[in-house]
Design a protein around this ligand. Structure first.
Ligand code: ATP
Ligand code: MG
Length: 399
């Protein structure tokens, strides 16, 4: 196969390939960008693989950064653009099911493609647009399947994270996992225990945010991967509930976590623990916990504008999307309007400060000030007093 018209991201990078070739080495576009272009999807980063060693790349280009030189990756800066250039390599060892004991730089493209995870990720394109396809990745793109390069079982023993990557790509691309690869995942799912939770989480979030997340999530459960993830052991009945929902993409990571906690019927405390076990960032965890509380308020029909405000107005859209997903009824139009009209996001946005209150009421600093502030905050949120210095002053003096 030959790509007649290279996409603009590749065209921009052509001078880089040409420079490398001029110096007597080979260079190709590889990995995700090739796969996504052939599928007609937008490309994010263009990765280049080369027979030149990192030191050789550094003599060819003036501006380079040693991004991962021990793995063979050098970033080359050209004008505004930057490209990751990785030396062809093979990997061996993998005594710990996650990292090769040894990386060896090689001069053969085929050897480099062999170490890649899936056939659809093992395609290369030269500067004339010729596609190098040693493992029928093109056929698999056509059949829309994810198939390991070589023996799936061995490949998952080398690096167990690949099993998570399989279901992640399944979700992002709406593909299926090829039968033999799927069996190897189920047989080796326990190896996930060897992988750092941060790396599993990264793939899992990509899975949950993919356009066909239910497809990926279904296999994540069916192939037992979930059993080796934090808080998910013996939870497949609860987690399966998510597969019955409409297949609408989640708004963000926090929406996905909240949906999971909701399906598992976790208390706020249990939900918080689950997110800690997954080592979710503090910010995401706090946002998810507030979203979960607001969602339950809506479900129970037991809340007012103040509750929404104190859990964070920024969470409202996420909660509204989750209500649709879980078929929780609420008066969306009226409430959206009301929430949009809350003039402040926190007490910091009030048009008056504690010092102003001291002056206006001519009182000494003390707990009284806090009480006044909180009263004003309520009034502003309810919309009974304008958030304007003179109006707030008037209100204070009238109380
Ligand atoms: P994305 O669109 O998410 O960037 P990608 O295919 O580019 O997808 P990356 O994680 O950026 O994925 O990796 C780039 C390439 O490196 C992959 O296409 C694959 O060829 C190879 N690769 C990445 N991770 C692994 C792995 N764990 N085992 C084998 N090959 C891998
Ligand atoms: Mg990539």
């Amino acid at each position: 196969m030959r790509i007649e018209q290279l996409p603009s991201d590749f065209k921009h990078a052509l001078p880089v390939l040409e420079e490398i070739e001029k110096a007597g080495y080979e260079a190709y576009f590889v990995g995700g960008s090739v796969r996504d272009h052939i599928l007609g999807l937008p490309i994010h980063d263009v990765d280049i693989a080369t027979s030149a060693y990192p030191e050789e790349i550094k003599t060819i280009f003036k501006r380079t950064v040693d991004t991962g030189i021990q793995h063979g990756t050098v970033t080359v800066l050209v004008g505004e653009d930057s490209y990751e250039i990785t030396t062809f390599r093979t990997e061996s060892g993998y005594q710990d099911f996650r990292r090769p004991d040894q990386v060896t730089f090689v001069r053969s493209l085929e050897d480099d493609l062999k170490r890649r995870d899936f056939t659809i990720n093992a395609l290369a394109v030269d500067r004339n647009g010729n596609v190098i396809d040693k493992f029928d990745g093109l056929g698999d793109l056509d059949k829309r399947i994810i198939r390991a390069v070589g023996k799936a079982e061995e490949r998952f023993h080398e690096d167990a994270l690949r099993m998570m990557r399989a279901v992640r790509f399944q979700s992002q691309l709406d593909f299926t996992v090829e039968a033999e690869t799927a069996v190897a995942i189920r047989d080796n799912a326990y190896l996930l225990e060897k992988i750092a939770i941060e790396r599993i989480r990264e793939e899992f979030i990509k899975l949950m945010l993919g356009k066909a997340w239910q497809t990926g999530f279904a296999d994540f459960l069916k192939l037992d991967l979930s059993e080796y993830c934090p808080s998910f052991k013996n939870q497949s009945n609860e987690l399966n509930k998510l597969l019955k929902l409409d297949n609408v993409p989640f708004l963000d990571e926090e929406a996905a976590w909240t949906a999971i906690g909701y399906a598992m019927e976790l208390t706020p405390k249990q939900f918080n623990k689950m997110l800690r076990d997954w080592k979710v960032s503090n910010k995401s965890r706090e946002t998810s916990v507030s979203t979960d509380k607001m969602l339950k308020n809506f479900r129970d029909g037991n809340f007012d504008l103040w509750d929404i405000y104190s859990l964070g107005v920024d969470n409202f859209d996420r909660v509204a999307s989750l209500c649709k997903l879980f078929k929780i009824d609420f008066d969306e139009k009226v409430l959206t309007e009301k929430v949009r009209n809350i003039p402040i996001k926190s007490s910091r946005d009030l048009a008056i400060t504690g010092n102003d209150i001291i002056k206006i009421l001519n009182i000494k600093p003390g707990p009284e000030i806090g009480k006044c502030m909180s009263q004003i905050e309520h009034k502003v949120v309810e919309g009974t007093v304008y958030n304007n210095f003179d109006k707030l002053k008037q209100y204070l003096l009238s109380e």
